[in-house]
Design a protein around this ligand. Structure first.
Ligand code: ADP
Ligand code: ZN
Length: 736
């Protein structure tokens, strides 16, 4: 009887295909193996996802070659991909490809081979010594090698000429051989080992709960709600130490590594003395580095993995814990198909592997908090800052103009005063604004004309440094008109404000202060964040101005003043989570203040001083906020009480796009889904991006687990009309 292997080839189809396992490959195949198979008239690489039991009659094509010496993909990741494909309504191949990084899948993916030079003897035979006296370069090379030990030929060629090394090799005095060099992204950033802190009572209680779940038969998810500066990271570190002691491995997810270099440093510093290997996966790795890190993990050399979203698929075996730091962060949601949420995938992975999942945040998402309240998750809380650190005092500054026609306040006098005091005391300030650029838009004071992006339905943002108008959704940029294109009035007026404008205002107010700006405009380079943050940590910068990029996880004890220029921007976004986001943001931002000995202050500028998100944040009242917000969500049937599915159609032709989505909505309606309401199609809040019209259909359901498997077939392997793109997003976080 022929053994059958079910293979998912690397093409975008929602299918696996069966192949026969030839007798000579019988020994080599395994679940998760990478294989070469015939596919139509081509050959493709694929992965074995199953060995079906049912007997096969008929003619199967054979597997041509097994490309991996052992199971390439751990079985658990195959299972996870299959779950994602179902839940997020994505093709199986797409789900499987997102589990395996491209750098590892590539045909030429391999460790880097370089030439390594080693001496074969330590003494020179007499006649050779005489001969070398005439070959001075070779003698010098020989002596260098004896003194400094072996090395890479490329490096040694900087010392002596390549010819000299080859000469020595010809005399059989040294060997030059190919060897694997692992690309280590940390080669140039050593850290000093850090010792564990003695835990305070709250931390002890939290760690105890984690310890219980770690050894439980069916572990429950633990939600760690800890205010900023309460020592959550220390709890993670000590939980991981326990896991290592059990001989297991640990996976840590953080929102975006480039923005939180300090977190990674903490983990490396704590475990660097132990021979466990810490792998780091993030978006700034080169393809080669990514490949090497993955292989390090797969081979078991790295037992701690820290990474952003896609690290949830790290091929670790024998997992002991999965930590998701800042679990409320929206960057855990993948923007392309499959639109997975890494926190939810982590919970699923923990469930499949029976591993404890620890979710941590100062402001847990309402979804996770709701699960904890319902008893599905275990809740532990750290409500005090470590070492009697106090929460900062928050001042809400009302910046509504007192008189009509008065220019709006950019930086309120009280904030200016507070910054001045910090400069005098040699403390630091962080000024935060959720908008880059100089002004948000260009508006004609006479006719009201606003300069819009020709491709997207949003206004253009003025960037002073580049002297350009830019669209933040597409790459469009144009020069700044001198007069209004509509009525000819000059000069144009700039409305709203961005980081650049605030930076200039602060430079005017504090001509002697050292000011730095951090936003995605000026932080493009690989090391730009690390450099600026390093200078800030060393006290070379007094004032840091930036977007949310600086709101997260940073720990600078000398920061005692934080200013929020405009808390309202995010409240105006047409999204039911706007309030939650603003609350989280204010809590995060204020968490940057007063982390040292001196109590911090936070100044929040707003035109909606009595908005609940602002008031609850001011009192650091998470429980109060969620209670009110959950009641509101419940009454409106929003998540976490009901779940959303968002179907979006995009196309250049407005009517056609709407028509296609309308037909699809009708098909969805005919499915007669249980306890589900379908609304739309309607234009998306941002009705056009990159010249494409956008329409949405919303599904709102109490029975998501029953709904997605039935919706899925409507989307699989389906040919939509040319130029129309349809996406389905389960549990969307971006509704625009
Ligand atoms: P969080 O992640 O909750 O904002 P951190 O874990 O960054 O807080 O902790 C803040 C600071 O307190 C860090 O510098 C950390 O080393 C220190 N720390 C944590 N736990 C303790 C403890 N039990 N005793 C003393 N210092 C601690
Ligand atoms: Zn645009």
């Amino acid at each position: 009887m022929v053994r059958i292997a079910r293979v998912v080839p690397e093409v975008s189809l929602d299918r696996a295909f069966d192949y026969a396992v030839p007798a000579e490959l019988e020994e080599k195949v395994s679940l998760g193996a990478k294989v070469r198979v015939p596919f139509k008239s081509r050959e493709l690489v694929g992965y074995i996802v199953e060995f079906p039991r049912e007997p096969f009659t008929g003619n199967l094509k054979p597997i041509l070659e097994v490309l991996s010496t052992r199971a390439f993909l751990p079985a658990i990741l195959i299972e996870l991909a299959q779950w994602m494909a179902q839940y997020y309504c994505a093709p199986l191949t797409v789900a499987l490809m997102s589990v395996l990084p491209k750098a590892v899948r590539r045909a030429d993916a391999a460790f880097k081979q370089r030439l390594w030079v080693e001496a074969l003897t330590t003494t020179l035979p007499d006649e050779t010594a005489t001969a070398l006296k005439k070959a001075r370069a070779q003698l010098a090379a020989w002596e260098h090698l004896q003194q400094n030990g072996p090395g890479w030929l490329a490096d040694l060629s900087q010392v002596c000429s390549p010819a000299a090394w080859r000469g020595l090799a010809e005399r059989n005095l040294i060997s030059i051989a190919s060897r694997t060099q692992e690309r280590d992204p940390f080669l140039h950033s050593p850290v000093a080992e850090s010792a564990p802190h003695e835990l305070n009572a709250e931390q002890v209680a939290a760690l105890k709960v984690v310890g219980e779940e770690m050894v439980a038969e069916k572990p429950r998810v633990v939600l760690l709600h800890g205010v900023t500066g309460s020592g959550k990271t220390e709890v993670y570190l000590q939980a991981i130490a326990k896991v290592l002691a059990l001989g297991k491995s640990a996976l840590v997810l953080v929102p975006e590594i480039a923005l939180t270099p300090q977190t990674v440093e903490h983990f490396r510093a704590r475990f660097i003395g132990q021979k466990v290997g810490v792998a780091v996966l993030h978006s700034h790795l080169s393809s080669g580095e990514r490949h090497d890190q993955w292989q390090q993990i797969r081979s078991g050399h790295a037992r701690i993995v820290i990474g952003a979203r896609s690290a949830v698929f790290a091929p670790l075996e024998n997992l002991g814990i999965i930590v998701v730091d800042e679990e409320h962060e929206h960057s855990y949601k993948q923007e392309e198909s499959p639109h997975y949420h890494a926190r939810d995938v982590a919970v699923m992975r923990g469930h499949l592997e029976r591993v404890c999942v620890l979710l941590g945040s100062a402001t847990p998402s309402l979804e996770s908090y709701h699960h904890a309240k319902e008893g599905k998750y275990r809740l532990v809380e750290l409500l005090q800052r470590v070492e009697e650190g106090q929460m900062p005092v928050t001042h809400v500054l009302d910046i509504r103009s007192a008189k009509k026609g008065e220019p709006p306040v950019l930086v309120a006098p009280r904030l200016i005063e507070a910054i001045q005091t910090r400069i005098d005391r040699q403390e630091q300030s962080i000024i935060f604004l959720n908008r880059r650029g100089y002004s948000s838009s260009l508006q004609c004071p006479q006719c009201g004309y606003v300069e819009m992006c020709p491709n997207c339905s949003v206004t253009l943002t003025y960037h002073r440094q580049a002297s350009r108008l830019r669209c933040h959704l597409c790459e469009f940029a144009s020069s700044v008109p001198h007069a209004c294109p509509q009525c000819g009035f000059a000069p144009f007026k700039y409305a709203g404000s961005g980081t650049e404008k605030v930076e200039h205002a602060l430079m005017d107010a504090f001509p002697k202060a050292r000011i730095a700006r951090m936003d995605s405009d000026n932080m493009r380079g690989k090391d730009a964040y690390a450099k600026t943050l390093g200078e800030f940590a060393e006290g070379k910068i007094d004032l840091l101005v930036g977007t949310q990029m600086i709101a997260k996880g940073l720990h600078f004890p000398r920061v005692t003043c934080v200013g929020v220029i405009n808390a309202d921007l995010a409240l105006q976004i047409p999204d039911f989570r706007a309030s939650e986001r603003v609350f989280q943001l204010l809590m995060q931002v204020s968490g940057r203040s007063g982390r040292g000995q001196v109590r911090g202050e936070v100044f929040v500028q707003t035109r909606a001083p009595f908005h609940p998100a602002i008031q609850f944040a001011r009192h650091h009242d998470y429980a109060g906020f969620v209670e009110q917000e959950l009641a509101f969500r419940d009454s409106l049937h929003y998540p976490p009480y009901e779940r959303f599915v968002l179907v979006t159609a995009r196309g250049r032709n407005e009517e056609k796009t709407l028509y296609v989505l309308d037909q699809l909505a009708k098909e969805m309606g005919r499915l007669d889904l249980p306890e589900t309401e379908i609304t739309g199609p309607a234009p998306a809040p941002i009705a056009r991006i990159e010249e494409r019209y956008r329409f949405q259909v919303f599904l709102r359901t109490r029975r998501i687990m029953a709904v997605t498997p039935r919706l899925r077939p409507l989307f699989m392997d389906r040919a939509w009309p040319d130029d129309i793109r349809i996406t389905i997003d389960v549990d969307p976080v971006d509704l625009l």
